[in-house]
Design a protein around this ligand. Structure first.
Ligand SMILES: Cc1ncc(C[n+]2csc(CCOP(=O)(O)OP(=O)(O)O)c2C)c(N)n1
Ligand SMILES: [Mg+2]
Length: 321
């Protein structure tokens, strides 16, 4: 189990470090919201999900997409805007999807996928499936109306949704305590009638165990469950660099998180030769993913008007003119 968790954590860390490294070249045609430092939340939860369980997430979605089994080459090609990307180069970093392995979508619009997750869970319930849905969102998303409405509905209908709040303490540059009258997200979840627990988002083993228990309860029909994972974003809100010079947070705040880095902690549980083999395989995979993105073509201009949602033939014809 430790080897699998380390592999999953390390490949997310390394591909994002590469994204950050090549970003200045302007080959990546998309804003990037990096998960570096937050990987363990996606990895701990997704490790207990089946392929037919699904996840919905946010623009900070590289970790979730990869942890749930999304194809790395298709992700990097998507960031490059290439036709081999997971949305054929049309979505970019903020709109990753791989339905084959249950990554149903991520969105730039804060809070939207919380309701999408409940809708999918409702469909599962109607079909009497025992699959479950995990909905990932940030602490800022809990201030959106859709959060309140969805939690209420999920409890009412006993929907199999595991709500996972990745609480990194900030929405862009504003700390949680400056935004929330009651800075206790679990208390708000409990008020709607679901069990909720706050966990250390660096502690991938505890997260995994608690997610496993929550998923088992949902498969048995217990209805929605809530995990708040405390974590920390090491890089700037959007972009490849650090942002401590902006003054809204101090670098010292990050140091305890870095000292307890989940990638290193889990890696140290492995025999050195096992760790080296995983590291070498991941380095190859990352290099191949970037080579694939570099050499893939851009979409043909004729794709500009494909995959557009309109049932109105006149409107479509107008778009194509
Ligand atoms: C509906 C909506 N409102 C505002 C924004 C602008 N916005 C983009 S990211 C963000 C912060 C969200 O913070 P959080 O949910 O904590 O996620 P994090 O970026 O910390 O992962 C905001 C307000 C948006 N994209 N969508
Ligand atoms: Mg946040």
């Amino acid at each position: 189990m430790h080897a699998g968790l380390f592999r999953s954590l390390y490949r997310i860390r390394r591909v994002e470090e590469e994204v950050a490294r090549v970003y200045a070249s302007d080959k990546i045609k998309s804003p990037v919201h990096l998960s570096i430092g937050q990987e363990a939340v996606s990895v701990g939860v997704c490790d207990v999900l089946r392929t037919d369980d699904v996840v919905f997430g946010t623009y900070r979605g590289h970790a979730l997409y990869l942890a749930k089994g999304g194809d790395m080459s298709a992700m990097v090609a998507e960031l490059y805007g290439k036709v081999t990307g997971c949305t054929r180069g049309k979505g970019g970093s903020m709109h990753l999807i791989d339905t084959e392995c249950g990554v149903m979508g991520t969105s730039a619009v804060v809070g939207t996928t919380i309701a999408n997750a409940a809708g999918y869970a409702y469909a599962l319930k109607v079909r009497r499936s025992d699959a479950v849905v995990a909905s990932f969102f940030g602490d800022g998303a809990t201030e959106e109306g859709v959060f309140a409405e969805t939690l209420n509905f999920a409890v009412l209908k006993r929907l199999p949704v595991l709500f996972v709040c990745e609480n990194n303490g900030y929405a862009i540059h504003t700390a949680q305590a400056k935004r929330q009258g009651l800075a206790d997200i679990c208390a708000r979840a409990r008020a709607y009638g679901m069990p909720a627990e706050r966990l250390d988002g660096n502690d991938v083993l505890t997260l995994r165990a608690r997610a496993e228990a929550a998923v088992a309860r949902m498969r048995a029909g217990a209805g929605p469950q809530f995990i708040e994972a405390t974590t920390y974003r090491w890089r700037e809100h959007v972009g490849p660099g650090a942002d401590y010079h902006l003054g809204y947070r101090a670098q010292a705040e990050c140091e305890p998180w870095q000292a307890n880095d989940s990638v290193r902690v889990i890696g140290e549980l492995l025999a050195p030769e096992v760790r080296s083999m995983i590291v070498a395989a991941v380095e190859r995979e990352v290099a191949e993913a970037f080579a694939y993105a570099e050499t893939s073509p851009f979409p043909h201009p004729s794709e500009l008007m494909t995959d557009i949602f309109t049932e109105d033939a006149d409107e479509l014809a107008a778009c194509q003119r």
